[in-house]
Design a protein around this ligand. Structure first.
Ligand code: SAH
Ligand code: SF4
Ligand code: F3S
Length: 485
């Protein structure tokens, strides 16, 4: 399938599930022990690994990029689809061989799979020593000590408050230009296919002051782009009264309720030189206020990840997405009205959800045609134990049909991506240079506001600089340009 280009945003189900991320920052500050972390799943998980590294650093661990040198190996895992869990199990078997040679090695499973399986993971995967859910990372040093003393350790307590607001993440996989900031945790939506509400717990928003402080510090360190992360950023909500009674008692300045639009603005005003992105937006919650705030600030990037999942209202209802096709299309019209044609819109799509008919699948293809997504993450439905869909519906679409429908979605997206990219050819756009291109040292890679990768000749530019670029050519996944004066 030559039209599926890995690493550039058109991702087939298999490839997306195989994505992983390893400790790439070797930190040697003379600490006595070494930690190696490998992360799977979404950006929020990668962000959590940076919090984990920070907690471990304060407890005597440097990070290493070589697992052979590690005293502790953590796998920060994902449960979103069955394949994601299988990948982790395979990796654990590989680590088994090292553990046999070095029994003193501690192996921990963190994240969503840990939360989903809890103690069962210790029974299933005998070599695992520590199992820790997403809200229990402060307990890691203690749990690792217990494991070192020979007893297996588990903490999968889910919190209603934990946001790790006070922990300064160790940037593990950063280019020094872009960083991710978690603004909330958990999810209160109950999309029937989704395991996240079970693995991540209740939705809670992080203190906006700590978010702004983190963004400011990143900017002071030379970062030029921050991405605000949450499963549903549009429902971000923080109030001094509810979220932080301590602050209230101290009679400090108390702000009213801060919603996502307010937060975006608070981060955007740090500097016009700091780009602000966010993900993920939920079609039921994205407000006009957010769109107008995006319009008001040039440095808030004109790009929205707005997963539709399906283009058919009956299927959306079964998925419990709480919007229908018309609602989704109205939100897209509003984006176009306020932010114009150039605003990037991307989506997630699930092929072959329970009882989906051929006609309903066609509705997904037609919604894609109407919206013209710039790119999408595309999957076929994978039943997850414990979810509403697993309890209420039969996973009745045969695998071959799911795969065929998914391929049709992928092919459609590839055409649309090319169509959308062709519209950029001839235009002059501002890009933020992120580094050298993977293919050639003579080329630089940057991104435009709509989140598209733009390749330019290296010239005199450096990573972290902005450049005005004329787009000269494109593929479905990449734009090519040259710098204009
Ligand atoms: N909070 C985000 C999605 C997070 S999960 C949102 O609401 O859009 C990322 C994507 O994985 C989802 O958008 C969905 O397309 C996909 N996904 C989730 N559960 C799935 C399942 N059981 N089978 C296949 N894909 C799934
Ligand atoms: Fe899952 Fe839905 Fe929450 Fe997204 S909004 S994380 S799909 S339950
Ligand atoms: Fe996976 Fe958990 Fe993220 S299930 S997608 S790592 S929230």
């Amino acid at each position: 399938m030559e039209n599926i280009i890995k690493d550039i945003d058109i991702i087939s189900a298999e490839e997306a599930q195989a994505c992983d991320f390893k400790t790439t920052v070797e930190e040697n500050t003379g600490k006595s022990k070494k930690l190696y972390i490998e992360s799977y799943g979404c950006q929020m998980n990668f962000s959590d690994s940076e919090i984990v590294a920070s907690i471990m650093k304060d407890n005597g661990f440097d990070t290493t990029s070589e697992f052979e040198q590690a005293d502790v190996i953590f796998l920060n895992t994902c449960s979103i689809r069955d394949k994601a869990e299988q990948t982790v199990r395979k990796r654990l078997t590989q680590f088994n061989t090292i553990k046999k040679e070095r029994p003193e090695l501690t192996i921990g499973v963190l994240g969503c799979m840990a939360e989903r399986l809890k103690e069962k993971l210790l029974e299933e995967e005998k070599l695992v020593d520590v199992v820790v859910g997403p809200d229990a990372y402060r307990d890691l040093p203690n749990l690792v000590s217990q494991a070192e003393e020979g007893s297996k350790a588990v903490n999968t307590f889910l919190s209603r408050e934990e946001t790790y607001a006070d922990i300064a993440p160790v940037r593990l996989n950063s280019n020094g230009i872009s960083a991710f900031i978690s603004i909330m945790r958990g999810c209160d939506n109950m999309c029937s296919f989704c395991v996240v509400p079970f693995t991540r717990g209740r939705e809670r928003s992080r203190d906006p002051h700590s978010i702004v402080k983190e963004a400011q510090q990143l900017f002071d360190q030379g970062y030029k782009e921050v991405t605000l992360l949450g499963q549903n950023v549009d429902s971000y909500k923080w109030s001094a009264e509810e979220n932080n009674k301590a602050r209230l008692n101290k009679k400090e300045e108390v702000s009213n309720i801060v919603n996502f639009a307010n937060l975006l603005e608070m981060v955007a005003v740090i500097s016009p030189e700091l780009r602000v992105r966010f993900s993920t937006s939920h079609p039921k919650d994205i407000t006009d206020e957010v769109l107008y705030t995006m319009k008001k600030y040039d440095n808030i990037c004109k790009y929205i990840h707005l997963p539709v999942q399906s283009g058919n209202s009956r299927v959306l209802d079964l998925m419990n997405r709480t919007y229908d096709r018309e609602w989704y299309l109205e939100r897209v019209s509003k984006i176009r009205e306020i932010l114009g044609e150039e605003c990037g819109i991307s989506s997630d799509m699930i092929a072959g959800f329970c009882t989906e008919t051929e006609e309903e699948h066609q509705d997904t293809l037609s919604v894609m045609d109407i919206v013209k997504f710039d790119f999408s993450y595309m999957f076929y439905y994978s039943e997850r134990p414990g979810t509403l869909a697993a309890k209420k519906f039969v996973d009745d679409i045969p695998l071959e049909i799911k795969k065929r429908r998914l391929q049709e979605i992928i092919d459609k997206q590839s055409k649309l991506s090319l169509e959308r990219n062709l519209l950029d050819v001839g235009k002059i756009q501002e890009i933020l240079v992120e580094g050298t291109s993977k293919r050639s040292k003579e080329q630089l890679k940057g991104r435009n506001s709509a989140n598209k990768v733009v390749i330019i000749p290296a010239g005199n530019l450096k990573a972290g600089e902005y450049a005005k670029v004329k787009i000269t050519d494109c593929t479905p996944a990449t734009l090519f340009g040259e710098v204009v004066a």
